[in-house]
Design a protein around this ligand. Structure first.
Ligand code: NIG
Ligand code: FE
Length: 408
């Protein structure tokens, strides 16, 4: 066999759903890489012979390999911060009070409109470095802090550039309909028209987005407005997804699922009818424990119903300056278990196999099996549950991206 790289003396949490073991685990395993892809994976005892003299061999000292982590929901391009609002909330104001008073998302919008591209790129690069060091190899980044055509395009350009200059793959999402900008305060419909007729065509023409998202909520866009944006995006051939049922239940998830959304995200207020709709349409449920924690939400997402209806559960950071200033996918693994009571295996699936599905990348990443991209991490752990159990000492030893060892 002629391979570019072989890993021995490892255990692998493949997250391969075709394997019957927990975590798709193969103990005392081996893995071979060729041309940036997984060329062989299985028990060490079955590894075919290969030329040990010409093939680089990495030894894992009995530790665990997992797929590279995928953070399927972030807003990591932004300017400024909202520590002042954090302070206001600790003095009694609510997230909704602040949003209605022109703070919240709109305060980050002001900062983003003023920031130049280089500034946005540099701050986002630092955040991406932090995720990369934790083993993240694919990340989704949304726009949505521009709310005018130029700034929305600027944010997406920065996100695309990040992907070109960083080993972490970046999937971009156009979230022009994130909030109603001050200029359209009393005319949300006109803003929706701007999103559809001006921003979206430019986003498409400049190939700046892989997907389109909307914040469907009482403080943002209603069901009809949301449907209009998602329908236009779908007609243009983009993937669709939705911030839905975060603060109330207005039926966004059900509507988006019926339109073929890849995911509905937040969903604390989703009811059984909504869960059935997303299950019937193969839509993933993206759980965002960071926002739940940071906003001190008490309504739990309907985890048991999601399990019953076999909805793929995804865990993501929602990293953003307002509701989840927590730049750590590893922390989300822990919070998904402690706050949402996911099992460590469900949590890990949420940042690997299911996260890939939410991004429409399930044929490429998220599982360590034949033909998949060679994106994986070696962890200084003795069992995969440790990834969710503990937090603070980063156990990530090595990251391999597209078959290349990453030096970071
Ligand atoms: O995902 N829910 C809407 N959007 C973000 C919050 C953005 C912000 O507060 O800046 C979220 O939580
Ligand atoms: Fe979000």
């Amino acid at each position: 066999m002629s391979w570019d790289q072989v890993w021995l003396d490892i255990n692998i949490a493949t997250m391969d759903t075709d394997l019957s073991t927990a975590y798709g685990a193969i103990t005392d395993a081996a893995l071979a890489v060729k041309d940036g892809k997984i060329a062989w994976v299985g028990p060490r005892a079955q590894l075919p012979e290969f030329d040990v003299l010409s093939t680089p061999v990495y030894r894992g000292k009995g530790k665990w390999l997992t797929p590279g982590l995928i953070d399927a929901h972030t807003h990591l391009v932004f300017a400024g911060n909202r520590a002042n609002e954090f302070e206001m909330r600790l003095n009694g104001a609510s997230y909704e009070d602040i949003a209605r008073a022109g703070g919240g998302i709109i305060s980050t919008v002001k900062a983003c409109r003023e920031a130049d591209e280089a500034e946005l790129f540099e701050s986002a690069r630092k955040r991406l470095n932090a995720l990369g060091k934790e083993g993240v190899t694919t990340v989704e980044i949304k726009s949505g802090y521009g709310l005018d055509t130029d700034t929305e395009l600027k944010m997406l350009r920065v996100a695309r550039e990040l992907g070109k200059h960083h080993h972490v793959d970046v999937q971009t999402t156009f979230l022009g309909a994130h909030a109603i900008p001050p200029e359209y305060k009393d005319n949300a419909d006109a803003y929706v028209d701007l999103v559809i007729n001006d921003m979206l065509p430019k986003v498409i023409e400049q190939d700046l987005a892989d997907a389109v998202d909307v914040f469907c909520e009482g403080i943002a866009f209603d069901l009809a407005q949301t449907e209009k944006v998602l329908t236009a995006a779908k007609q243009a051939g983009l993937k669709i997804k939705l911030h839905a049922e975060q603060l109330s239940n207005i039926g966004g998830s059900e509507m988006a699922a019926k339109l073929g959304a890849k995911s509905v995200d937040h969903i604390e207020y989703l009811d059984e009818q909504g869960v059935k709709a997303i299950s019937d349409n193969g839509t993933c449920a993206v759980l965002l424990p960071g926002a739940f924690y940071f906003l001190r939400e008490t309504k739990l997402p309907p985890i048991e119903l999601l399990r019953q209806h076999k909805v793929p559960m995804v865990v993501a950071s929602d990293f953003n300056p307002g509701s989840s200033p927590l730049c750590s996918t590893q922390l989300m693994l822990n919070m998904a278990c402690t706050l949402f009571r996911l099992t460590p295996e469900e949590a890990l699936a949420g940042v690997t196999v299911n996260a890939a599905k939410a991004l429409g990348l399930e044929d490429k990443v998220g599982q360590l099996k034949l033909g998949m991209q060679a994106d994986f991490c070696l962890w200084d752990i003795d069992s995969p549950a440790e990834l969710a159990y503990s937090f603070g000492v980063n156990p990530c030893i090595n990251v391999v991206k597209n078959g290349q060892l990453v030096h970071q």
